[in-house]
Design a protein around this ligand. Structure first.
Ligand SMILES: Nc1ncnc2c1ncn2[C@@H]1O[C@H](COP(=O)(O)OP(=O)(O)OP(=O)(O)O)[C@@H](O)[C@H]1O
Length: 766
């Protein structure tokens, strides 16, 4: 790029930054004003609350005034929040106003547009910066020079792309700029990917790749499925997609109507800064364990991690068969058939009690249910039963209100209680008032019965599920084993525990039977690490959020939790369960996270690894260290940690399970801060981290030490995926430590892909 062009561009950057600074100054004045307003309302609010509160009528009036003041304060506070957000965005733009420029010709009219993380319009309404999500910015990510089109709400628009320029601007200074015909040039990516990792994930708006852009901007499909190799930017794409969707549906969509299922809490923390960096609020986040925990209050649902640890110890063949069955879509279809055929007498109704006595007997409830039309759906019958019970309760309240104890209680009512019941109501006669108060007293007393009805406690859903399992036998499992499984389920319920494999089917049975459990407000549902979910769970989740569009992302090769018992083709199974919806399936094969030698090594671990395309970034070959004893391995790990920490702030030692992590932590004596991470942790400290691989899902680290990759620990077919997931967490350095012979997945790899002694050399890229 010639010096003159660079100078001209720098002059523009400087001019834009000046305008941004001016705007920041204006906003600051507005903010100070808003803060003064809040303080003055606050003071006023304080004065008002001191108004006479001795008289009841005054108190009501004062309450209204207080409410009004509260609303005023809320509004000014909101105003302040908006101003602060705008200022934060302007501060970001001030540092780096934009990263791209496109010159286009639209119907003979030439235009130059600059693209950044947010729009900036000057006082004369000139767009000095276009938001990366604006329809026209799509050209920057999608188009090569020549004829291009971009989507607008009014349809597709044609244009000619004449120039595409990329910028790297730091603190208002152009560090680099170049013209490119590619989506985003490699040198820009090299710069970004070569940096050290951070506690938080970064946004990638300046360097989004074309195929990632397809994920971000898809608004047409009900279900978007992304199969992407490790490090291909799936999580990044999901987050930019959320920002994109929020921008494009400002009026009809807010962050509360989007939910992301994330693999663990460390991950939730790791991605928590991406959306705020783009000026957006975070969506709701939940892990599968949290989601199930909320739906089974009072019961501990086994977590994926607990089950994974348990499976390492023992997992008999029959148990595998049963689990495969329970996790299939077919099992939920059996639930549906069961509900269609179930006779009223089969329903596990339970009596509703009040103060030790039966209020509604289970026979009475069953009778009401049995009176519903035979062809009615199970859920409708249940709802009709519930409504009848509530009506009967109301009748009983009405009757009970005439009882002597109620009259006595009304007479004894304190002034305060009387006021809180009656409020501002006026009654035509004293009798009316008495009846009103009496019914309220009875209603309060019987609230517990109402709650039981409202929350469907008149059916024992756990017993119902046991009854269902009695019918849902599996032909190739011996009846005695099936019965033993049901017995063990019952024992677990007694102990307030539930196996993970039963969670989705049980919820499905409950919801379909009782017509509850659905959230119709959620508009978008995102599932990261989709391969960790079963078909039954995914079907249930879709059922629970019926109106939500789904974005599912994952990598079938990073199947830590089911590869040891599940053989199906995940993507095929997925497209089958959602076949009635419009599906867009996108495959990402290019991996950005790791250096070229690490990605090619990780790919070589997989049978179909040749699909993986490594981004060409230089680095050391992975190092394989084989020792004869645990003691020597510890020594080697210590040395490697020291070496790696000279260049990086964080080194993660990844193990196959928690027990290995804990043992290592106990035995490793390092002179740097060393942290053993568990499922309860939410943040990633610096130094040496020791954690089982499942907690590192979705995360990345500058340097990884994999321990222990010996044949003893990595032997089963499913272990291949575990090893691949470990290797693909490393951005710059990967060290594999094996006590004894390394596992076959490593020994089968061409020796030249690894450095077998500690003398490190940098590989030449092909
Ligand atoms: N277009 C891009 N520009 C810059 N960095 C990118 C881009 N795409 C991906 N990356 C970087 O590559 C790394 C991996 O991205 P990300 O975590 O989104 O991948 P993933 O597919 O979700 O990985 P995994 O499945 O292995 O967890 C991150 O550091 C991310 O910032």
């Amino acid at each position: 790029m010639d010096a003159e062009t660079k100078q001209q561009e720098q002059a523009r950057v400087t001019a834009v930054v000046e305008k941004i600074e001016q705007r920041l100054h204006d906003k600051n004045v507005q903010l100070e004003q808003a803060q003064r307003e809040t303080t003055s309302i606050d003071r006023n609010y304080g004065d008002n609350t001191r108004v006479n509160i001795a008289e009841v009528d005054d108190r009501i009036e004062t309450n209204a005034a207080v409410q009004q003041q509260k609303q005023l304060v809320a509004r000014t506070v909101e105003n302040e929040t908006i101003l602060k957000q705008q200022m934060k965005q302007l501060e970001d733009l001030q540092q780096s106003p934009y990263f791209g420029r496109i010159d286009i010709d639209e119907d003979g009219e030439r235009d130059t547009l600059y693209i950044g993380t947010a729009s900036f319009i000057d006082a004369k309404q000139n767009f000095l910066i276009y938001d990366w999500r604006a329809p026209i910015s799509g050209i920057y990510y999608n188009g090569t020079l020549g004829q291009v089109s971009y989507e607008t709400p009014n349809g597709s628009v044609q244009a000619e792309l004449l120039k595409k320029r990329q910028f790297l601007i730091e603190q208002g200074k152009i560090e680099n700029l170049f013209d490119t015909n590619e989506t985003v040039g490699d040198s820009m990516l090299q710069h970004v990917l070569g940096a050290d990792s951070d506690e938080y994930m970064q946004n990638i708006v300046a360097t989004i790749q074309q195929e990632q852009n397809d994920i971000i901007r898809d608004t047409k499909h009900d279900i978007l499925i992304v199969q992407g190799v490790a490090g291909s930017g799936k999580t990044s794409a999901i987050l930019q997609r959320i920002a994109f969707l929020l921008y494009h549906s400002r009026e009809s969509l807010n962050s509360e109507q989007m939910i992301l299922f994330s693999p663990n809490r460390l991950f939730s923390h790791y991605i928590s800064e991406v959306l705020p960096s783009l000026g957006e609020k975070n969506m709701r986040q939940v892990t599968l364990a949290e989601f199930l925990g909320q739906r089974f209050s009072g019961l501990h649902v086994e977590t994926l991690f607990e089950r994974y640890e348990q499976d390492q110890l023992s997992f008999p063949t029959a148990a595998q068969k049963i689990r495969r069955y329970k996790e299939s879509r077919a099992y939920l279809e059996v639930v549906e058939r069961y509900l269609k055929q179930t006779q009223p007498q089969q329903l596990a109704f339970t009596s509703v009690y009040f103060e030790g006595r039966t209020f509604f007997t289970k026979d009475e409830i069953a009778k009401i249910y049995a009176q519903q039309p035979v062809n009615m759906l199970a859920a409708d019958k249940f709802l009709a039963t519930k409504n009848t019970l509530i009506k009967r309760l109301k009748r009983r309240i009405h009757e009970e209100a005439k009882a002597d104890w109620v009259a006595a209680e009304v007479d004894m009512l304190s002034e305060d209680r009387y006021r809180s019941i009656v409020g501002t109501q006026r009654f035509a006669t004293g009798d009316d008032e008495f009846r009103f108060i009496a019914e309220k007293l009875v209603r309060d007393r019987l609230a517990i019965v109402y709650d039981a009805l409202y929350n469907d406690y008149f059916i024992d859903i756990y017993e119902q599920y046991a009854d269902f399992m009695q019918q849902a036998t599996l032909t190739d499992v011996a009846p005695a084993i099936w019965q033993a499984m049901i017995a063990s389920y019952r024992q677990q319920i007694e102990r307030h525990q539930l196996r993970l494999e039963d969670a989705a089917p049980l919820l499905y049975l409950r919801d379909r039977l009782t017509g509850s459990g659905q959230n119709h407000a959620m508009q978008h549902l995102f599932i990261d690490e989709m391969q960790d979910y079963t078909m039954a769970q995914l079907t249930y989740i879709k059922h629970a959020f019926p109106r939500a569009k789904l974005t599912l992302l994952g990598d079938r090769a990073q199947d830590l939790f089911t590869a040891h018992y599940q053989q199906h083709d995940f993507i095929a199974a997925l497209t089958t369960i959602f076949h009635t919806h419009s599906i867009n399936l996108i495959t990402l094969n290019k991996s950005y996270r790791s250096t070229y030698p690490i990605t090619t090594f990780a790919a070589a671990l997989l049978p179909a690894g040749n699909e993986i395309e490594a981004f060409t970034r230089d680095g050391h070959k992975p190092v394989l260290i084989t020792t004869d004893s645990d003691a020597l391995s510890l020594q080697q790990i210590t040395q490697q940690c020291r070496r790696l920490l000279l260049q990086h702030e964080t080194v993660a030692i990844l193990t196959k399970d928690q027990a290995t992590s804990a043992q290592l932590f106990a035995r490793l004596k390092l002179d740097v801060e060393t942290t053993l991470l568990t499922d309860a942790d939410r943040a990633l400290p610096k130094g040496v981290l020791i954690l089982p691989i499942y907690l590192a899902k979705g995360l990345e680290f500058d340097a990884i030490i994999a321990f222990d990759v010996s044949a003893v620990h990595f032997n089963a077919a499913g272990d291949r995926d575990i090893l691949y997931t470990i290797a693909s967490r490393a951005m710059h350095e990967l060290v594999l430590v094996s006590t004894g012979t390394p596992c076959r997945f490593i020994s089968e790899i061409p020796a030249e892909m690894l450095e077998q002694d500690a003398a490190l050399t940098t590989t030449e890229l092909p």
